[in-house]
Ligand binder design. Sequence first.
Ligand code: S3P
Length: 423
Amino acid sequence: MIINKVKGLRGEINVASDKSISHRGVIIGAISKGTTLVENFLMGEDCLSTISCFEKMGVEIIIKGNSVTIEGNGLHGLKASNEVLYTGNSGTTTRLLCGLLAPQNFNSTIDGDASIRKRPMNRVIKPLSEMGAHIEGKNAGYAPIHIKGSKLNGIEYTMPVASAQLKSSIILAGLYAFGQTKIKEPISSRNHTEIMLNGFGGNIRSDDNAVIVNPVEELYGNRISVPGDISSAAFFLVGGLIVPNSEIVIKNVGLNKTRTGIIDVLKSMGGSITIENINNEIEPSADIIVKSSELKGIEVSGDLIPRLIDEIPIIAVAAAFAKGTTVIKNAEELKVKESNRIEAMENELKKANVDIIGTDDGFIINGGKNVLGANFETYNDHRIAMSMTILALAADGESKIQNPDCIKISYPEFFDTLRRISL
Ligand code: S3P
């Protein structure tokens, strides 16, 4: 894909639907009794992987336009798959399935693509084994993962990392365990699993930094309308800020507080971002208006990191165009995402003449130098590909984005929307 500088980004857009909520709609719908309707479902490859896994376990799922109807089998109605459950590129599908399938009365094998096979699964294998699961990964902790379904007991577990995938995996296992499960998090991560389960008749309580799972007899199907994904909106937020003469209205973006770190950071950098038409549901949403702004460097660290973990590559792009130094710390988790995002962004931003040093847990970026177009690798990572595309819109000279197709993982309409608002 060849990208050149644009003269502005202007218009009203909807972004891709929330990936985390779409996954959970299928997973929780499948184990609920009755019908679940997920409207505005994300038809990205990751969420389609989740659908395909549940179809293999005997769940009837009908896709019509952007809606997905799941005829749930109830809490104890999943069936053994006679094939490997292939999760593609999706960490969320892989880790949540581990927790859900460990307590079933059948065996399963879960496997994914080359990236999934490199991502650490020990973080879920360890607590699930403590609950009594028979779960094994290759080379002590990687996919393919073999699960021998067994009865589990509730545990008290302190998570070593803030991760919603890990937390959700333990929550799903806890639904089937004997007794209560208590999960402590070092820092709160996204809470979509807890919210949705409670909306389907679950009994999950959240204290300051602990989640308590009380098993229930049954969950019941429900109707969900998925808001826009703030992690996808982030690319247009930064595009709108760094491309001069821009003004974008992004409609109906999910603003769950565990996800809005990107807005706090871009505002602290001096970005003009306003929020309108707030819809105060349990999963709140609103329209966001962004206008071109002069940005300044800041520090991003600590409790903020889990609230913007997927947005760090695009924050690095914003930092490249900001005056002064941006320091990103405590984000070592970036090394085990779809690619090693510290290494990937350091390599690619260097090609664009950006003064960046990758550290063990983030970056130091001295922004404000002339940013140049170049031939960018994407490491088969959708968020690296979208980040470098946005940079290219404001960089001098032509850019090439290698393997732009990986964007379909989370945002199939990305280039169409971008073309429509580019001047
Ligand atoms: C997700 C949790 C986050 C995030 C991922 C989606 C989820 O991962 O990076 O894109 O839906 O639970 P971690 O749980 O590994 O932090």
